[in-house]
Design a protein around this ligand. Structure first.
Ligand SMILES: C[S@@+](CC[C@H](N)C(=O)[O-])C[C@H]1O[C@@H](n2cnc3c(N)ncnc32)[C@H](O)[C@@H]1O
Length: 244
C-alpha cells in the first residue's frame, strides 16, 4: 500500500458512476451538506457518534468517510486510544479530510485510506465496528457493500448506518421528495456548481430502498438484531445491526 500526503492508497476499482460526482464537489461538500440539511447534519452525526463511543483498544471503520467530519466527531466521544480508519473512494474528499485531521492534530487517531467499500482491503473480522454516514445510498452495489462490511467486522461487532431515507407517511414523503429531488441540486448551483454535478444525489435516493426494505436487505446479508429508527420525521434513518 502506498501513501500520498498522509493518505494511504490501496487498489480500488471505480464503484461510483463514470464521472464520480464527489470529485468535483469535494471543495463545497461541507457547505452543501449543511445547506441541504439546514444544519441538521451536525446534529445527526453527533447523535450517532455518541451512540458509538469507541473504547480503548477498539478499531472503528468509518466507511465513505468523505471529508472526515463523522470520524472527527467520533474522536470527541471515544477513548483517546481508540483507532479510527476512514476509507473513501474519492481522493479529493480525502484531501479535504487530511487537511482537517492535520489541523486538529488527530493524525495519530484517524488513519485515512483510499479504498472501495464494496471490495475492502482489510482482513476478515479485523474491526470492532463499522459505521457509515451518508455512504450506503451512494454504493453501486448495496448488497455487496453490506456483505463486505460484515466480512471485516469481528463476531459480536456492530454496524451503524446513517442515511437519507424516505419518510414513512405519504404527505411527508411527497414533501421531502419534492424538496430533495428539485431544490437540493439548486443549492449546488448557488455554490457555483453545474446543475449536472448535483443531479446524482436525487437519482441516488430514487433508487435507494426505504428503511424497512433496507433492514430486510441487511438481514439477507447476514446481519443480526437489525433495528432502525427515523430521525427528523424520516428524512434520515439510522440502522444498527450486530454480527453474530
Ligand atoms: C455523501 S458523502 C458522505 C461523507 C461523510 N461520511 C459525511 O458524513 O459527510 C459519500 C461518500 O462516500 C464515498 N463513496 C461512495 N462510494 C464509495 C465506495 N464504494 N467506497 C468508499 N467510499 C465511497 C464518496 O466518495 C463520498 O465521499
Amino acid at each position: 500500500m502506498m501513501k500520498t500526503e498522509g493518505v494511504s492508497v490501496g487498489a480500488s476499482k471505480q464503484a461510483l458512476p463514470l464521472s464520480n460526482p464527489f470529485r468535483c464537489i469535494a471543495g463545497i461538500y461541507n457547505a452543501m451538506s449543511v445547506l441541504i440539511s439546514f444544519g441538521l447534519i451536525h446534529v445527526w452525526r453527533k447523535r450517532v457518534a455518541r451512540m458509538l463511543a469507541v473504547s480503548t483498544g477498539e478499531v472503528a471503520l468509518d466507511l465513505g468517510t468523505g471529508t472526515a467530519d463523522f470520524a472527527i466527531e467520533l474522536t470527541r466521544v471515544s477513548a483517546p486510544e481508540a483507532r479510527i480508519i476512514g476509507i473513501d473512494l474519492t481522493s479529493e474528499m480525502l484531501a479535504q479530510a487530511q487537511r482537517k485531521v492535520c489541523l486538529l492534530g488527530l493524525g495519530a487517531r484517524i488513519e485515512l485510506r483510499v479504498g472501495n467499500g464494496e471490495q475492502l482491503d482489510l482482513p476478515d473480522n479485523s474491526v470492532d465496528l463499522c459505521c457509515s454516514s451518508f455512504l450506503v445510498r451512494t454504493l453501486t452495489d448495496l448488497e455487496q457493500g453490506l456483505r463486505e462490511m460484515r466480512r471485516v467486522v469481528r463476531p459480536g461487532g456492530r454496524l451503524i448506518c446513517l442515511e437519507v431515507s424516505h419518510p414513512p407517511g405519504p404527505i411527508l414523503r411527497a414533501l421531502f421528495h419534492g424538496y430533495f429531488y428539485t431544490c437540493a441540486p439548486l443549492f449546488g448551483v448557488l455554490l457555483g456548481q453545474k446543475l449536472s454535478a448535483y443531479q446524482y444525489f436525487p437519482q441516488s435516493l430514487r433508487a435507494f430502498p426505504d428503511a424497512p426494505r433496507l433492514k430486510a436487505l441487511m438481514e439477507e446479508c447476514g446481519w443480526m438484531d437489525v433495528h432502525f429508527h427515523y430521525l427528523t420525521g424520516g428524512f434520515v434513518a439510522l440502522h444498527s445491526a450486530t454480527k453474530k
